[in-house]
Design a protein around this ligand. Structure first.
Ligand code: HEM
Length: 162
């Protein structure tokens, strides 16, 4: 095993595999509420970069739905964090924000999509990861689209599985 690059020590609590504890809850004013499961992998190869993949499934049928993968970087000597993300829906994104204790608060700073992405188009994402005192990880995602203001889309809790 390769030693973690010291730039990433503030994020060492994220590394490993996380699985949804109970199904997460999806919502938005324009859709039917839904339940989903999700597996997160965070790994590194010694570079000052965390590699990640998130895989989400419909809770009832286990059908694969949403996937994201990308990289996490930190500005050395600061609490600034950047996520570089590709989503299977045809969206690519940079989210930036801050690490405070064991909470990451991120906002879209840049976003692009494939020419034939279906509407509505996401305009902004706000995402919070928090490692709770009980050792569980929580993720909350809000989004704004071209026809809805910033509202919650996802809430889920994970337990560490390795
Ligand atoms: C719907 C974006 C993550 C499941 C939507 C819609 C958008 C969107 C724009 C359409 C809303 C509307 O019609 O007004 C995103 C973004 C995500 C994300 C930007 C990540 C940051 C997820 C995840 C799941 C999920 C992790 C888990 C399975 C769904 C479902 C719908 C939906 C089931 C409704 C049916 C559909 O339109 O396919 N999402 N989503 N999404 N999303 Fe997400």
């Amino acid at each position: 095993t390769v030693e973690l690059n010291p730039v990433l020590l503030p994020l060492d609590w994220l590394l490993g595999t996380w699985e949804s504890d109970e199904p997460g809850e999806g919502c938005f004013p324009t859709i039917q509420p839904f339940r989903y499961t999700e597996i997160l992998h965070f790994s590194h190869v010694g570079q000052p970069v965390i590699n990640f993949t998130f895989s989400a499934f419909q809770a009832e049928t286990k059908k694969p739905l949403h996937r994201e993968c990308g990289f996490i970087r930190m500005q050395p000597g600061t609490n600034r964090v950047a996520f570089i993300i590709a989503q299977n829906s045809g969206l690519v994104e940079i989210e930036e924000g801050e690490l405070t204790d064991k909470q990451l608060d991120l906002q879209t700073s840049s976003l692009a999509r494939i020419s034939f992405a279906k509407e509505p188009h996401v305009q902004q994402i706000h995402r919070v990861f928090q490692l709770r005192a009980d050792g569980k990880l929580e993720q909350t995602v809000s989004m704004a689209t071209n026809n809805q203001p910033l509202m919650q889309h996802l809430h889920i809790t994970y337990r560490r599985s390795s």
